[in-house]
Design a protein around this ligand. Structure first.
Ligand SMILES: Cc1ncc(CN)c(N)n1
Length: 219
């Protein structure tokens, strides 16, 4: 069995919980409260800055040129294409670029980005690959699930189109193959890969919850 399939097996419950989350189902049918979506846009913008950093750091430490090229390409794609979508959503919802940039990270966003960046600096290449995999495969699978649930076009359709689009799909397939290569090359890292994968997957689930509940630092 490919190591990515094994990881998806052990993460099955977390995937199911994400698909059933009200943020996901309500975004799919267009009924999600705009305040929850705005919270997601702002927090996700801050998340993506570090997510791009994770790919850039992974690219800088990769052993071969083709892996380097690919990881650095994804970092660029996040900073350009994906964050452009957030900038467009922000403009539609009256959020200025300076508000986006200066948004304070909510506890879950802080926990997730700290985990990813720490893994990028301290982790083995295989652990980094496993930590970034749920961010890609999770969004593709959840967006496909949303597309299945959605009847009509609505204000959140661009979200579904971005994460089911060809560019994101290809980047996810590449990450999946990268996880498989790391799983084969580094059998001694399997436990660390499982831990990193599950931590990211659980934080993906918490991120929907953070947006839905407008989580902040209230005392
Ligand atoms: C929290 C999160 N995880 C993953 C993705 C997809 N890059 C995202 N935009 N936000």
């Amino acid at each position: 069995m490919a190591f990515s399939d094994h990881l998806l097996d052990i993460g099955e419950d977390i995937w199911a919980a994400q698909k059933a989350h009200p943020f996901v189902t309500e975004l799919a049918n267009g009924t999600l409260d705009a305040a929850a979506f705005k919270h997601w846009v702002k927090q996700d913008y801050r998340y993506l800055q570090d997510y791009a950093r994770l790919f850039a750091l992974a690219g800088a430490t990769a052993r071969d040129e083709s892996t380097m090229t690919h990881l650095l390409g994804v970092a660029h794609q996040v900073l350009e294409t994906e964050m452009d979508l957030h900038r467009e959503f922000a403009a539609d919802y009256g959020i200025s670029e300076s508000e986006l940039e200066s948004t304070e990270k909510a506890p879950t966003c802080l926990a997730y980005t700290n985990f990813l960046v720490r893994t990028a600096y301290e982790g083995h290449e295989a652990e980094i690959a496993a930590a970034l995999y749920p961010c890609m495969q999770g969004y593709l699978d959840i967006a496909e699930h949303m597309a299945d649930l959605a009847d009509d076009e609505h204000r959140y359709t661009p979200f579904i189109e971005m994460y089911t689009g060809e560019e994101f799909r290809e980047a996810t397939e590449w990450c999946r193959a990268y996880v498989d290569r790391c799983g084969e090359r580094y059998p001694g890292q399997h436990d660390a890969m499982e831990d990193a994968f599950l931590t990211s997957a659980k934080l993906e689930h918490r991120f929907w919850e953070m947006a839905y509940t407008r989580e902040g630092w209230e005392l």
